[in-house]
Design a protein around this ligand. Structure first.
Ligand SMILES: NC(=O)c1ccc[n+]([C@@H]2O[C@H](COP(=O)([O-])OP(=O)(O)OC[C@H]3O[C@@H](n4cnc5c(N)ncnc54)[C@H](O)[C@@H]3O)[C@@H](O)[C@H]2O)c1
Ligand SMILES: [Zn+2]
Ligand SMILES: [Zn+2]
Length: 385
């Protein structure tokens, strides 16, 4: 089959690789019909998460069940399914606590309690390096999906792929940020990053009754899309007085909720880059720190942008002085997906209005390039095998 294969930093090509097979009785093989490129894929593409062997990328995918292992009872051959990005067993301690990204059974070689750079990672993720289980991903014609009685959800007839594809990751991820912040209605929510994840967090904030939603990015075209599809207010991240502006917009207090939907690959000054080299840091924690500044006393910060290393001078004093509650982490997609499926099918939210590029899988390399470099007004790339 053909698949988008990561070879080394900046080098993804569509190659012929072996077809996946059922390896375990709870596996299924899915014939992929749609798959997307994610900001998280860029962390591998850019070398922030190390991967030394070739790897089929992709954790946002859906398709038709082609083959099932003997113990699979929740889906059958011919079903159309969307698949949550965390590989999770559904019955371990963490799965039972609705924490599927911490599954104890999906990353046997590198799993552990440490959560360090190279040691003791969480559960497996599709197409996300050997440290996260070494699973071949779904930017491919076919993909093996383990634990098929827990992850995949069947898509009803009459619904297009594009309507539900983002239930695999980015809509539940945006929702996670808003749910962690316990948005109940009327809050001012400031979302740093207006890429696909930020755009989904904006949608989730409105769905949960936010009073104001303010989007921040460095790319004017992404803010324009945010204003257009999500009717949010916007601020330019280049603005030297960004934090002051947020205070002004919030009676001098700061926002009730701030979301970091950027992560460690935020744009950096030369000084930031030197500091990172000296301190052996990956990228920068600047946006997370912006959130701590911009949030009000007693407010909440959700960090869904990805971080992969420790940071020196972490502003713990500010967290203490302002009594900020922070929650970090990967999205527990399986926890939210059914509820979000319903909202989507009921037409309460539209997800596909963020797609800027539809390309054949064979053009995956081009898709990675324009998504990374933010060329051609690229927001979200959907690939079809
Ligand atoms: N927690 C999870 O489960 C989860 C799931 C999916 C994605 N993610 C992460 O979410 C983050 C965003 O993903 P994405 O797909 O939207 O990626 P993306 O790279 O397209 O979006 C990031 C956006 O941040 C903007 N940005 C850069 N520097 C900024 C700054 N200083 N201030 C404000 N905005 C800035 C960029 O212009 C870009 O629009 C990534 O780190 C990704 O890995 C996390
Ligand atoms: Zn993703
Ligand atoms: Zn588990």
């Amino acid at each position: 089959m053909k698949a988008a294969v990561f070879h080394k930093v900046g080098d993804v090509s569509v190659d012929r690789v072996g077809d996946p097979r059922v390896e375990h009785e709870e596996d299924i093989i899915v014939k992929v019909t749609s798959t997307a490129i994610c900001g998280s894929d860029l962390h591998i593409y850019d070398g922030f998460f190390p991967q030394f062997k070739d790897q089929v990328l992709g954790h946002e995918f859906m398709g038709v069940v082609e083959e099932t292992g003997r113990a699979v009872h929740r889906v059958k051959k011919g079903d159309r399914v969307v698949v949550p990005f965390p590989v999770a067993c559904g019955h371990c301690f963490f799965c039972n606590h609705q924490l599927p990204t911490h599954c104890e059974n999906s990353n046997p070689e590198h799993y552990g309690p440490q959560g360090d750079l190279l040691k003791g990672k969480g559960g497996g993720l599709y197409g996300y390096t050997d440290l996260y289980g070494g699973y071949a991903g779904g930017q491919a014609e076919y993909v093996r999906v383990p634990f098929a009685n827990f992850g995949p959800r069947v898509v009803p007839e009459g619904v297009t792929d594009e309507q539900v594809l983002f239930l695999t990751d980015i809509f539940p991820t945006g929702w996670t940020a808003i749910d962690w912040a316990e948005v109940k209605g009327g809050e001012t929510v400031v979302i740093f990053g207006s890429g696909p994840v930020g755009l989904m967090a904006q949608k989730a904030a409105w769905l949960r009754g936010a009073g104001r939603v303010i989007a921040i990015d460095r790319q004017a075209y992404r803010l324009q899309r945010a204003a257009k599809v999500n009717a949010v207010e916007t601020l330019d991240a280049h603005d030297d007085d960004l934090i002051e502006k947020i205070y002004e917009m919030t009676d001098g207090r700061g926002a009730d909720v701030c979301v970091d939907a950027v992560g460690m690959e935020a744009s950096r000054s030369v000084r930031d880059k030197i500091k990172a080299v000296l301190n052996v840091e990956k990228g920068t924690s600047k946006v997370m720190e912006n959130c701590f500044e911009a949030v009000r006393r007693g407010g909440r910060v959700s960090v869904i942008g990805v971080y992969g290393s420790p940071y020196d001078n972490f502003p713990v004093h500010r967290l203490f002085d302002k009594a900020i509650r922070v929650q970090f982490g990967q999205a527990p997609v399986q926890k939210y997906i059914d509820q979000l499926f319903d909202l989507t099918l009921e037409g309460k939210v539209v997800l596909n209005d963020i797609i800027s590029h539809r390309l054949p899988l064979s053009e995956a390399a081009h898709g990675y390039e324009i998504f990374k470099k933010k060329e051609d007004d690229c927001v979200k790339v959907v690939l079809t095998p």
